[in-house]
Write a protein that binds this ligand. Sequence first.
Ligand code: UGA
Length: 442
Amino acid sequence: MKNLAVAGTGYVGLVTGVCMAENGHNVTCVDIDEQKVITMREGTSPIYEAGLEELMRKNIEAGRLHFTIDYQTAYKEADAVFIGVGTPEKEDGSADLQYVETVAKQIAESVAKDCLVVIKSTVPIGTNDKIEELINDSLVNNVRVEVASNPEFLAQGSAVKDTLEAARIVIGTESEWAENLLTEIYTPFYLPIVSVNRRSAEMIKYASNDFLALKISYMNDIANLCELVGADIQDVAKGMSYDDRIGSKFLNAGIGYGGSCFPKDTSALEFLARQYGYDLRTMQATIKINSEQKLKLYEKAKKRLATFDGIKVAVLGLTFKPGTDDLREAPSLANVPLLLEQGADIYAYDPIGVDNFKQFYSEGSHGQGNITYVGSPEDALEGATACLIFTEWGEIKAVTPKQYKDLMQTPLVFDGRNIYDVQEMADSGVEYHSIGRPVSSI
Ligand code: UGA
């Protein structure tokens, strides 16, 4: 059992802290927001994540999981401090390291015994070296501090499972002491450990995320071509997936990737490459395809309807993917303003993303358009002229083709997630436009 501190209680920090406690370590999670800390002490998670609160409560009760704003006490006696604060994208596409640097300075002024600083946040290659220098330059006590890279591979919506049952733990260290300590911390997890140097570990994180983003953009690119040549992207993906070298995951064409990771990490690596005088063409293409793909649904609907003025539009799904209330880089946020600008009367449904969406678009009129939030897909569809699907929530997938036909004034559906079978929609009398597939003719 080790004494661990975790800086930051977002997706990465909080899940790391909880899962470390679950594996027997004594963990103190540090955040600057006092109100958030008070809530977390009661076992309430500030983020929506399946299974997280149960584990929080279990480990708080067991006395292994603590929350505080007092970073000095938390870092003072820690064997290791995990940094899981955000590294948002700056205007120019580079990663903003100010939060990581602030934590590094706080660690330097607090640690009173030898300590390993473990960076879980996604940071540009070379950052671990810089942070180690920064800490050692401002150390108050005469102790040994080293920095290790330990990138996180959890996905929102399955964060706890992804951490406890990770495919691999990547650790990037520059000394045997650091490698041994981090390996010891992860031993109770019983997971394969890939031990490399710090720069390789930092690159593994970007290369993994950016490869997945590339895979999605590739499928979206092929989907657009499928529409032109009369092929069906879902059949194409199915045929490809039997090849082990390609794999069956992340082959779903749609309206582009969103979230807090792929958009930021593709830009950051492309930016980093340019700093080194290298054109990372695969990422340039990935980013361009994705930004165009996000507007595909709006464009298809606009072409079909000519105008949205005064038209009742059902919007199903607002979050960037199911299982999260996160709206960062969500395709809905790119399309809704265009619909409102054109005077659409939107009825929007999302099982958990509405409160966050209201912070961008409150209920009521916005210029020419209007937005109303409803509690079920059926309420959104009632009397609508068109329906746009942005997220493949289970509640939305449960709507049957017949319901679109029965509930809508005109059964005209634009599906950005390819939820339905084209033929079934046609058989139910629904005009159905999806991505990379034929339009159902009725
Ligand atoms: C992603 C990675 O999957 C995680 O491994 C990684 O740790 C995480 O980023 C991170 O760096 O923190 P996440 O952003 O939570 O996780 O979500 P994903 O499930 O990967 O989905 C990302 C986006 O891609 C979503 O908008 C989703 O709709 C889209 N997507 C995914 C597709 O359009 N097609 C697919 O086949 C798969």
